[in-house]
Each structure stands twice: as structure tokens, then as C-alpha cells.
Design a protein around this ligand. Structure first.
Ligand SMILES: *Cc1c(COP(=O)(O)O)cnc(C)c1O
Length: 416
């Protein structure tokens, strides 16, 4: 047996109890989704496309209510026309913040693509929050990756009631830090609300259905995510959502279209069915991705690479970081994932300067839906410690094939 075959056998034996936990969460969340479908009496007519203004599109209105139910929120907006997660987050931020307000990031620097939205970087006058007179401040996580409660209290005091939005990023994103659990987010929300009137907004990208509860069930006022990640189930062709308190979701609707029209317009153009079907599949597909992540952690740990989280750690997002240690190994890793993908397996990944990102990024995405990261994909910014962020896997079986292809590529590269 080769080293990888041996590791694979050991992995599957060691991971069995963890996979049982993952299956139980998938079952719980599937029950939530099915119950929402039944309560809202989903029927085939709702999948019909609307055109023009899209007035009275029952499928669209019902899906908004289904998302609200599933996420334990008062209201939600789900649209195929939200271009990506950054767009959804931009809608939420501009919906809630007004000139003179402060946006306080309480889990350190937000995801790279938000830099230009906030106005930390980018072209002055582009229409960032900064251009509109919204101030920004951040409190880093402590070195062990937990929230800095003293720092948050100090920042809230310093701005004296001007903090309108306290921003939490659930997933590690492109940061070398642990992902926050839903219960940690609940504690943070309670802490912030005891000291201020700030709305707690959570970037929920990559987190949906990894646990039994979502941040809106533990005190978050608004959660935001992308449909080409978890809740799209690998089936939605594009889109994003915002869910939370009714009054905040209403503001988001006005920002999405226009004040007055809000969520009452928006043709669905035939995209409704994949969004329903995707949500139906999402808990299961997220479980496939999480199993793939556990497996990858086991294999790369066995090959001597640092992994975050460790192979036996329960998950709160679908991301698996592998510390590649050099640019060459990171690139080999991504090339191996690409070669082990169902689409574009013959393509060779090269680092490139992506719009919205600070460092060059190398990406592997042999996906059916462009850039979908619920499908097996890997990326990493070319900067020390050269972390590869692996995520997705529509099926565990194909995930294993992809991970082993990456492991093989790394073994060959490091032999050189
Ligand atoms: C993916 C992601 C985003 C942005 O999403 P895009 O769809 O790439 O615009 C924001 N935050 C986190 C944590 C993410 O993982």
C-alpha cells in the first residue's frame, strides 16, 4: 500500500464518530428546511419565472419567508440578482449605516473584499462608507482567537453611542484564526447589547448549516451570506441573502431596490426553482463538504502539515486551512485540487491579482458554477505562512478524490 492509501484507511476509521455527528446535524437542519417548506405550502406554481417588475411573485415572497423560518429570523431577502457575498454585505452595511455612524468590526479585520466597501483602501470618491461619512474602527481577536471583550467595551465607550453596527465575521475567511462558533457569537451579541444600542450584523458566509443553530437564533440582528456557498446547496446559480429583524431587513430591501419599492419588485427570471432546490439540498451538501474538510485535515496532518481546525475538531464553517509553508507547496496544493475536479481538470492554476484582494491569490475551482466554493475548491493568498484554504465538496466521494490529488501533488512537489 502507498503512504496515501494507508493514511486514507486510517482516516476513515478515525473519522467515523465525527461523521456520525455531522450526519446528525445534517438531519436536524434538513428537518428545519422541510418544516419551513411544509408550513409555507411550497407548490410547483411558485417555481414559475416572473418578468418585468416581478410584482406578486409568490415564489420569491415565499422563499423569503422560508429563509426567515429556517434561520429563526423575523424576515429575509433572498435574490438571485445579488451578485455575491460582498454585494449582500454591502447592501446590509449601507442599509444600516448613516453619516456620522461608526461601523465597529469586533472580530478583527473583515474579509478582504470589504476593505474598499468600508473605504480602508480603494479610490476616494468611489462611494465607500467612508465617502458617506461613516467611520470605521476594529477590535482584533485575542492571540488565542477568542473575542477581546475588554477591547470591545473600550471601543464602544470611546465612540460614545455612535456605534450603529457591530460587525462579526463568523468564518475565518482568509485569516489565520479559528472560526467562531454560534454560541460564541451569541455571547458577543449579548455583551454588545448590554452596553450599546448597536445592531449586531454577522457575515455568515460559509457558516450556514454547519451547526444546528444560526447566529440569528442567538441574538444577531442581521446575518448575510452567499448562495454560491452553503445555502445554495451547489444548485443555486447565483445569489445572496440577508435575514434578521424585520425593521432591518426592510431597510435592506430599500437599499436593494429603492426606498418605497423594497422587496416588492424583482423579476425571478426562472431562478426560483434552483434556489428552492438548493436550500433543500444545502444541509446535506454542507455535511459532504464538512466530511471532506475533516478528511483533508487528517491526511495533511499525517503528511506533517499544520491544519486549522484539527481533524477531530467540530466545525462552524466549511473551511479547512492547511499550512503549506511555501509558495511552491501552496501552488502545488491548488493544482492538485484542480486536477482532481470534475470541470476544467486540465487547467494549471497560476497566482493572479484578483480585484478586491491585497495579495496575489492562487485559486483552484473546477466547479460547475463559477467560483462556487461549496464545490471543492482551494485558494490562498501568496503571503506567509502560505495557507491553503480548502472548502467544499458536493459529494464526500469526489471530495476524497480531490484531496488525495492535492496530497499527491504536494508529495511530488516537495520531493523535487
Ligand atoms: C466568501 C466570503 C465573503 C465574500 O463573498 P464573495 O461571494 O466572494 O463576494 C465575505 N466574507 C466571508 C467570510 C467569505 O467567506
Amino acid at each position: 500500500m502507498t503512504q496515501l492509501q494507508e493514511l486514507t484507511q486510517k482516516a476513515e476509521a478515525a473519522l467515523a464518530p465525527h461523521f456520525r455527528r455531522v450526519d446528525a446535524i445534517a438531519r436536524f437542519n434538513t428537518e428545519k428546511v422541510m418544516e419551513a417548506f411544509r408550513e409555507e405550502r411550497v407548490s410547483e406554481g411558485m417555481f414559475a419565472p416572473s418578468s418585468g417588475y416581478g410584482y406578486d411573485d409568490r415564489g420569491r415572497e415565499t422563499l423569503d419567508r422560508i429563509y426567515a423560518r429556517v434561520f429563526g429570523a423575523e424576515a429575509a431577502i433572498v435574490r438571485h440578482s445579488i451578485a455575491c457575498g460582498t454585494h449582500a454585505l454591502t447592501i446590509g452595511l449601507f442599509a444600516l449605516l448613516r453619516p456620522g455612524d461608526v461601523l465597529l468590526a469586533v472580530t478583527g479585520k473583515p474579509y478582504d473584499t470589504l476593505d474598499e466597501v468600508i473605504g480602508v483602501t480603494g479610490i476616494p470618491g468611489c462611494g465607500s462608507l467612508k465617502d458617506f461619512g461613516v467611520d470605521y474602527d476594529e477590535v482584533a481577536l485575542l492571540p488565542d482567537g477568542t473575542p477581546d471583550y475588554e477591547g470591545i467595551a473600550r471601543a464602544l465607550d470611546k465612540h460614545g453611542g455612535r456605534v450603529k453596527v457591530a460587525f462579526i465575521q463568523r468564518s475565518k475567511g482568509y485569516m489565520d484564526r479559528p472560526t467562531l462558533t454560534v454560541s460564541q457569537i451569541g455571547e458577543m451579541a449579548a455583551f454588545i447589547k448590554a452596553r450599546s444600542s448597536a445592531h449586531v450584523m454577522v457575515d455568515n458566509c460559509y457558516g450556514e448549516f454547519t451547526e444546528e443553530r444560526e447566529p440569528t437564533e442567538v441574538g444577531a440582528d442581521l446575518i448575510v451570506g452567499s448562495l454560491i456557498k452553503n445555502p445554495g446547496g451547489g444548485i443555486a446559480e447565483s445569489g445572496g441573502y440577508l435575514a434578521g429583524k424585520r425593521e432591518l431587513v426592510e431597510l435592506c430591501g430599500w437599499r436593494l431596490t429603492s426606498p418605497g419599492e423594497g422587496t416588492e419588485v424583482g423579476a425571478t427570471l426562472g431562478q426560483t426553482k434552483p434556489m428552492y432546490k438548493g436550500l433543500f439540498f444545502a444541509p446535506h451538501v454542507v455535511a459532504q463538504a464538512i466530511k471532506t474538510a475533516h478528511f483533508a485535515a487528517y491526511i495533511f496532518d499525517g503528511l506533517g502539515y499544520g491544519t486549522e481546525p484539527a481533524w477531530d475538531t467540530p466545525r462552524s464553517d466549511i473551511i479547512q486551512a492547511v499550512r503549506c509553508g511555501s509558495a511552491d507547496t501552496l501552488v502545488a496544493f491548488c493544482r492538485g485540487i484542480q486536477a482532481g475536479s470534475p470541470v476544467d481538470s486540465f487547467v494549471t492554476c497560476e497566482p493572479w491579482q484578483m480585484p478586491g484582494y491585497t495579495d496575489p491569490v492562487v485559486m483552484a475551482a473546477g466547479t460547475f458554477t463559477q467560483g462556487s466554493s461549496l464545490e471543492l475548491s482551494a485558494d490562498g493568498p501568496i503571503r506567509p505562512p502560505y495557507l491553503a484554504y480548502l472548502q467544499g465538496g458536493l459529494t464526500y466521494e469526489s471530495g476524497v478524490i480531490g484531496v488525495l490529488s492535492a496530497a499527491q501533488a504536494v508529495l511530488e512537489q516537495t520531493k523535487k
